[in-house]
Design a protein around this ligand. Structure first.
Ligand code: UDP
Length: 381
């Protein structure tokens, strides 16, 4: 039997391990933390029974039918639609920006066509091809909405001005001229009844897979395996030889309350004077459950230091230069494939991670394990 090592037990590692075992490989999974599931780890609070998203809110959504069918083999997905509210200068608005937000903010009762014309008159049409976050916002929604909903929040989230950030970050969010307040534009959305950690455990609970928790993988062990799928940080694999890749990390300040604290799962705080970016009330991520008590978490963002948990890759020009050098180093590796958010240093949603893990399985089935590349996507794209 061919032995394969999988480093990291998040969605990338767990899906790859599961598919490897299905094909008869002997798989060892090495996870540095003492629990599986990476940053989507969920755990029931012993006291209240509330399912907590230990590393912040994770809401499953996808338009990829293969991914949707795949995840539902490992848990029941319960109906959940993320409807975010945003607090700006003491008022509550609908998010993402939709016809309701526009009408609330400007005190109007516009029709879709009227709202479109109104915003077009405020948009900076001199920006032909928006490159920065700020240009993208000014081009499509104008200065007032940008300054109210995006400038302060983004400064807090990324620690820099939106004029320094790429337009792609804002393009994650829709701007709608109807009353659709679903945060995501995906075809399917839902929450796993038993949480994400349950799904990951189901994926890994299979003959042929051995899981080592609280066990770091040493690069010197790579020779013991026919291949290593590495979902840890790419810079760590090379001992940070080209410097540390920049990430944002998050801190969560938890508080226990009785009853309903905020009446919604997620409320964003867009004003720059409010230190947190959002408050998540975790029992509302499981609306099919009933809990009298409540846990809320105020979320703040800062630069990731050594020892912190990396969340969002920063990916500005400097980091992309570093990443290009790590890609060069990686191309020298003969038996290692770099996978997932940390392995390829990209801002990935869970569904993309799963789709890419399944694409790895397609690849070894088509070309053979010996023929696998170091990357299955271009991390710089
Ligand atoms: N954003 C904002 N105000 C909001 C929500 C989002 O300025 O109320 C910006 C912020 O820069 C964020 C980006 O839009 O990083 C993308 O938002 P998304 O909800 O996708 O961020 P995530 O859920 O990944 O933190």
């Amino acid at each position: 039997m061919t032995r394969i090592a999988v480093v990291g037990a998040g969605f990338s590692g767990a899906v790859i391990a599961h598919e490897l075992a299905a094909d008869g490989f002997e798989v060892e999974v090495f996870e540095a933390r003492d629990h599986p599931a990476g940053n989507c780890h969920t755990e029931r609070d012993a006291d209240t029974g509330i399912l907590l998203h230990r590393y912040g809110p994770h809401i499953f959504h996808t338009s990829n039918e293969r991914v949707w069918n795949y995840v539902r083999r490992f848990d029941e997905f319960m109906p959940f639609t993320n409807r975010v509210k945003a607090v700006v200068r003491g008022r509550v608005y609908s998010m993402p920006v939709n016809l309701h937000t526009i009408n609330q903010f400007f005190g109007q009762a516009f029709s879709p066509a009227e709202a479109r014309a109104f915003l077009e008159a405020r948009a900076d049409l001199s920006i032909a091809e928006p490159r920065t976050f700020e240009e993208q916002a000014l081009r499509f929604m104008g200065r007032e909405l940008y300054e109210a909903f995006f400038r302060g929040y983004t400064q807090k989230q990324w620690g820099m001005a939106p004029s320094e950030l790429p337009a792609s970050i804002l393009r994650r969010l829709p701007l709608r001229f109807n009353y659709d307040d679903n945060y995501y534009a995906s075809t399917w959305q839902g929450m796993p009844r038993h949480g994400y950690t349950h799904i990951i455990e189901q994926l890994l609970d299979r003959p042929g897979i051995r899981v080592h928790l609280a066990t770091a993988f040493d690069r010197a062990m790579a020779g013991d395996y026919a291949r290593v799928f590495y979902s840890g940080p790419i810079d760590a694999w090379f001992g940070h030889a080209e410097g540390r890749l920049g990430y944002r990390t998050l801190d969560f300040a938890g508080e226990r309350h009785d009853g309903d604290f905020q009446g919604n799962a997620v409320i964003n705080y867009c004003d720059p004077e409010v230190p947190w970016t959002r408050i998540a009330e975790h029992k509302h991520f499981a609306p099919w459950e009933t809990h009298e008590a409540s846990w809320i978490f105020r979320e703040t963002s800062r630069l990731c230091e050594p020892g912190d948990t990396p969340y969002y890759p920063i990916r500005l020009a400097q980091e992309k230069g570093q990443l290009a050098r790590y890609i060069e180093l990686a191309r020298e590796e003969k038996q290692v494939s770099f996978v997932g958010r940390l392995g390829t240093y990209r801002y990935l949603d869970m569904h993309v991670t799963i789709a890419e893990a399944l694409a790895w399985a397609d690849r070894w089935r088509a070309d053979g394990m010996d023929q696998l590349p170091v990357f299955n996507v271009n991390p710089l794209a």
